[in-house]
Design a binder for this molecule. Structure first.
Ligand code: ZN
Length: 503
């Protein structure tokens, strides 16, 4: 079934979901004023006494992007008016009135700002070799200016550094967008910090207990910069939800024996949405990471999958489908899911359908290697045997998907736990190993991943207006993508979260 481009739900505060149009979110001027970065108070320059100075005020307000975009747009129009108005006294009077009302309006708005507003602090990241996550070629010797948690501007050369800005001189190191892990299971703050220091500033959490992902997301949104932003799924939607779910939602006890039929699926999806999920994770086949399940086996009927997608769409959310086997994956694609997770046994027909429908593939190759190797998140003889059978097949499918033009996205499928030994850089290395161009593999972990998650209007690339989610690595990751493993700087919403330069 077809449905229009879904809307993206952006969290505008703790327990407050507001649905925004995705198309609007793509334009920097309409980036939602979420409380990621508490908006800066609008400061009126003291020296403004004459009409002639108001263009400066307007520019100043326009530059102060956070929270004031709509207003800035209106002001710009008026600002243009002032430049073409002839020197007529009645017009001047009218202008003075407009100006006066604007001043009053701005003062009211400034007063309405949160108490933790503070003076604007700029950070200049200089002498960077820049991979912006969008373009094909790196840009040499660039300066990125960050203010109020957002990327303010990008300039060639590093002179002059803006007055009063603090400076991080990269001395030719490589600056990239913060990584976007499209498939993680981050269940606590320790794991969240481990993800962040590996360079992941945004993670889509694809199933954890007790809605820990929503808690981490809300901490990030309330200004805790030492955890990544999270696109949260809550629990998996599957025929037998995790038992922990029923501790959180005892009222749904009648679903404990099993979730079958469209109506029960809808109720389970609604439970995630009501709890604040940003995405719905559904199982279209059984899991690979349990010794007793067959990952080829389909779960959920066409009707049940369609019901989940429809229920999510009503709330403006995407659905991501876990699927190894082709039958379940094809059914999920037909139902209109945003992405297929894993996709080991996808047929050529299903890949063609994904290309046609714009369905993303998140192959998570690195985690299948984890099934095989000792240690890590999985350490089980039977899973190791299974992993050896799956790995060549998954690599072949992902390579084929890339060739036919399916959008490939990087995800780890790791919990970033104490024994996790996979990071998003490893998945990027795997993508390059199957023949994906290094820049495409980097985009799969940044802008394309953000697009898959519906957050590309606020992160995933380096361009003015987006959140300042940035990482730096020592050496060129295009000539050798393994250089992505060694992250030396992480900036999360404009705040330095990891700083290993100079050692
Ligand atoms: Zn997973």
């Amino acid at each position: 079934m077809e449905w229009p481009r879904p809307q993206t739900s952006m969290n505008l505060g703790v327990n407050q979901n507001v649905v925004l149009n995705e198309n609007a979110a793509l334009k920097p001027d309409t980036i939602p004023a979420d409380n990621h970065n508490p908006p800066n108070s609008v400061r009126l320059p003291h020296s403004i006494h004459s009409i002639g100075r108001f263009d400066i005020l307007f520019d100043c307000l326009y530059a102060s992007r956070s929270g004031a975009r709509k207003r800035a747009g209106a002001v710009r129009t008026i600002s243009q008016t002032t430049t073409i108005v002839p020197e007529v006294s009645s017009m001047k009077r009218r202008l003075s009135l407009i100006v006066l009302s604007l001043l009053l309006l701005f003062n009211q708005l400034a007063a309405a700002r949160p108490a933790h507003s503070q003076a604007r602090s700029a950070l200049a990241i200089t002498h960077a070799n820049l991979i912006d996550g969008i373009g094909n070629e790196p840009l040499r010797d660039m300066m990125v200016v960050v203010a109020d948690g957002r990327i303010e501007r990008i300039e060639a050369g590093s002179n002059p550094v803006p007055t009063g800005a603090s400076v991080i001189d990269l001395k030719g190191r490589w600056l990239l967008p913060g990584l976007v892990d499209a498939h993680a299971h981050i269940a606590d703050l320790r794991a969240a910090r481990a993800a962040l220091t590996s360079g992941v500033t945004t993670a889509r959490c694809m199933g954890v207990n007790h809605f820990a992902d929503i808690g981490i997301r809300d901490l990030n949104h309330s200004g805790m910069a030492d955890v990544p932003d999270v696109v949260a799924a809550g629990y998996h939607v599957r025929p037998h939800p995790a038992e922990e779910f029923f501790l959180d939602a005892p009222k749904l006890a009648d679903l404990m024996p099993g979730v079958s039929g469209a109506e029960k699926v809808r109720r389970l999806v609604r439970a995630m949405i009501e709890r604040g999920a940003n995405v719905i994770k559904i199982m279209a086949t059984e899991r690979a990471g349990l010794p007793d399940t067959d990952p080829r086996k389909r779960v959920f009927t066409d009707e049940e999958l369609a019901a989940a997608v429809d229920e999510a769409r009503r709330a403006g959310l995407y659905v991501a489908a876990h699927a190894h086997g082709d039958e379940g994956a094809a059914a999920a694609v037909r139902a209109g899911v945003r992405s297929i997770e894993h996709g080991t046994y996808l047929s050529d027909q299903t890949l063609a359908l994904m290309k046609e429908r714009g369905t993303y593939l998140v192959p998570t190759i690195a985690t299948v290697i984890d099934l095989i190797e000792p240690g890590g998140d999985y350490d089980n003889a039977q899973l190791s045997i299974r992993g050896r059978a799956m790995l060549p097949r998954l690599r072949e499918t992902a390579a084929k998907a890339y060739k036919v033009g399916v959008k490939i996205v990087a995800g780890t499928d790791t919990g970033y736990g104490p024994s996790s030994n996979r990071r998003l850089s490893h998945e990027v290395i795997e993508l390059v190993a199957i023949g994906i161009a290094p820049m495409d593999a980097i985009r799969a972990a940044t802008s394309v991943s953000a697009e898959c998650l519906g957050v590309n209007g606020r992160t995933g690339s380096i361009k003015p207006g987006l959140e300042a989610d940035l990482i730096a690595v020592e050496r060129d990751p295009i000539s050798d993508v393994r250089n992505l493993q060694d992250v030396v700087l992480v900036i999360n919403n404009g705040k330095v979260a990891l700083h290993r330069l100079g050692w």
